[in-house]
Write a protein that binds this ligand. Structure first.
Ligand code: FES
Length: 617
């Protein structure tokens, strides 16, 4: 027998798969949204499921990753275990994705200047005296209605519809114009409605805003996990997948297009409108997501000298990308700056108007690849810091993304306290809490400036009394216990290990070195920076004090930090609502001076220096 039944519980989701299919593949096929942070390579151990029947021998990777109690209890890695029998699989808490997706942002007013122009015309009827062709009569009516239209162009696809449309509409038509090109001809007067969707495609999440293109009013907001996540958590694993897997690029492209179409459907339903009312879509995304959206290989982004295939803004017809909106519409893709500083950064710069600021501002979007921009109306310099996945919880022993069950903040009062997203017992620690915890360990002097746990005999200060029981030994080194096994949802302790601190040092060192290099390139000192704007999901949830204590952001800037939320989404909206803003995005992207950290002369020493913690005083 080559086919087996897999039943996922809870929910009784049933799927038949071929022998040898992994449970991860079966989950994907069954449409169960789940997180596979390492892309299913058996590296992160985060895809644990429980086999309720058909428990077979664990693989070598599972034996290494899971403890005996887990193995005996039927816990396996979904990406490693193959289906060779009919089985029932229990999905555990962490398999369910309930991400806190950041949709809010600081808004800024922008001029509304629609990209498309809808024009109602009454076309003269043909007669024995008027032999003008259908198209000539449409063109003449348009020229009479719109001043300075110039030579009107029309694609053959519209000409094919024209004879029927004119007559069925009794010569009353609405033409959809993009400059002087007719993109669509609709029956009757449809000028009252013109909607659009602005998207921010992140590596982890996708957010879409449905807007009225005449008034700018937001009609609904929708979001989802980026379905490409199942092929890898970060851009590098997606690039690897697109390169090495058969049809990898096509698969990733299809996933994102399907997600966009699904979100358009959801937004439409929420607002009670139809797809044909949507005429514009704007896209802000990092360079890899941008390329995958357009179906362009991101291959060269991952290899030195890390170039993208295109940086300029592009306007594409919906049919080219199979985006399901009114086919007379357009897709506006914002411009990239460099291989690792993408259109999402351009959108943030557009939203914050850094190019028009008298004051020097520092803009940081913290992530696996943190983007940093520093500038004013004089000039803007930007770089990408390879921080690695620590801020997003990957490669941290108890790390997880900021989803339900994650400890999101840690407080050191006279004892240890923490908050859990969604309440209840925690199942892991989010990056924001990792920052709080390590900041607390630095402030209390539990770890030294190198990040090393001090030996217990040195921890004599009275301030440490409330935390004595939390300071433990793990794998021959110090560790800090946040929740013991009785107080977690999975019965395993949640702690910060020496290795976790090391990972955080690498991440914060990279970001802080990026800031330092940009200051040097710009030729300013830290006190010249008037404001620090934290963009993106991670920046929105972190505690600025913790970020400054660990040295992710210079301590001198603590009082100048402002969270700006999903500024990339705001930039995407501005570009959708205004042709001028879309054009300005191109000018901004072209004017940014990109600094490649890897080739900056003193980068390695700046990086090493910034891995240290600065003790108080
Ligand atoms: S170990 Fe399975 S997804 Fe990472």
């Amino acid at each position: 027998m080559n086919k087996f039944q897999v039943v996922f519980q809870p929910g009784d989701v049933n799927i038949e798969v071929g022998k040898g299919t992994t449970i991860m593949e079966a989950m994907n096929e069954a449409g169960l949204e789940a997180d596979f942070p390492c892309g299913g390579r058996g590296k992160c151990g985060k895809c644990r499921v429980r086999l309720m029947t058909g428990i077979g021998k664990p693989t070598a990777v599972e034996e290494e990753t899971l403890n005996i109690k887990e193995l005996e209890g039927g816990i396996r890695l979904a990406c490693m275990t193959e289906v060779n029998d009919h089985i029932v699989v229990e999905l555990l808490e962490h398999n369910k994705l309930e991400h806190n997706i950041l949709v809010a942002s600081e808004e800024r007013a922008g001029k509304i200047q629609p990209h498309l122009n809808k024009v109602f015309i009454e076309v003269d009827k043909a007669s024995m005296q008027d032999h003008r062709s259908d198209w000539s009569r449409v063109k003449d009516s348009l020229n009479k209605t719109v001043r300075h239209l110039g030579e009107v162009k029309v694609p053959v696809s519209i000409l094919r519809q024209l004879p029927d449309t004119i007559r069925e509409a009794k010569h009353k038509l609405t033409a959809v114009l993009y400059d002087s090109k007719v993109l669509g001809v609709e029956q009757g007067d449809t000028t009252a409605t013109m909607l659009g969707m602005a998207f921010d495609i992140g590596t982890t999440t996708i957010v879409g805003y449905l807007l009225d293109l005449y008034t700018g009013k937001e009609l609904s907001v929708v979001s989802t996990l980026n379905p490409q996540t199942k092929f890898g958590a970060d851009v590098i694993s997606r690039i690897t997948f697109s390169n090495q897997e058969k049809d990898g690029l096509a698969k990733l492209h299809k996933e994102v297009i399907e997600a966009i179409n699904k979100l358009i459907g959801e937004a439409m339903e929420k607002a009670g409108i139809s797809r044909s009312d949507i005429y514009g879509v704007s896209i802000a995304a990092n360079t890899t997501m941008h390329h995958l959206f357009l179906g362009i290989t991101p291959r060269n982004i991952a290899v030195s000298p890390y170039v993208s295939s295109i940086t300029e803004a592009v306007a594409v017809s919906p049919s080219e990308l199979e985006i399901q909106i009114n086919q007379a519409g357009k897709i506006f893709v914002l411009p990239n700056i460099a291989g690792f500083v993408g259109a999402d950064t351009t959108a943030v710069l557009l939203a914050t108007e850094l190019d028009r600021s008298e004051d020097v501002k520092l803009i940081i979007d913290i992530g696996t690849n943190g983007e940093i921009a520093l500038g004013s109306n004089k000039k803007i310099v930007a770089c990408s810091a390879a921080a690695g996945p620590a801020f997003e919880g990957a490669q941290i022993s108890s790390g997880m993304r900021g989803a339900a069950g994650a400890i999101d903040h840690v407080y050191f009062t006279d004892r240890l306290e923490y908050s859990v997203i969604g309440g209840g017992s925690p199942q892991g620690i989010a990056g924001s809490a990792l920052l709080d915890a390590v900041a607390g360990l630095v402030e209390l002097g539990i770890i030294d400036k190198r990040g090393k746990f001090l030996s217990p005999d040195k921890l004599t200060s009275p301030a440490l009394q409330g935390f004595k029981n939390n300071i433990i030994q793990y794998e021959g080194a110090g560790a800090f216990l946040l929740a013991d096994s009785d107080n977690t949802s999975h019965g395993r302790p949640i702690m910060i290990t020496q290795k976790d601190i090391r990972e955080l040092q690498l991440a914060k060192g990279a970001m802080a070195a990026g800031v330092k290099v940009l200051m040097e390139t710009y030729g300013i000192q830290v006190e010249d920076i008037e404001e620090v704007l934290l963009a993106g999901a991670f920046g929105n949830y972190l505690n600025p004090h913790s970020a400054c204590v660990i040295g992710l952001i210079p301590r001198e800037l603590e009082g100048k930090i402002k969270m700006i939320g999903n500024a990339a989404g705001t930039g995407s909206k501005l570009a959708l609502l205004s042709a001028e803003e879309f054009k300005r995005a191109d000018d901004i992207a072209a004017s940014v001076e990109f600094v490649e950290l890897g080739s900056y002369p003193k980068f390695n020493s700046i990086f090493a220096e910034n891995m240290y913690f600065k003790q108080n005083g």
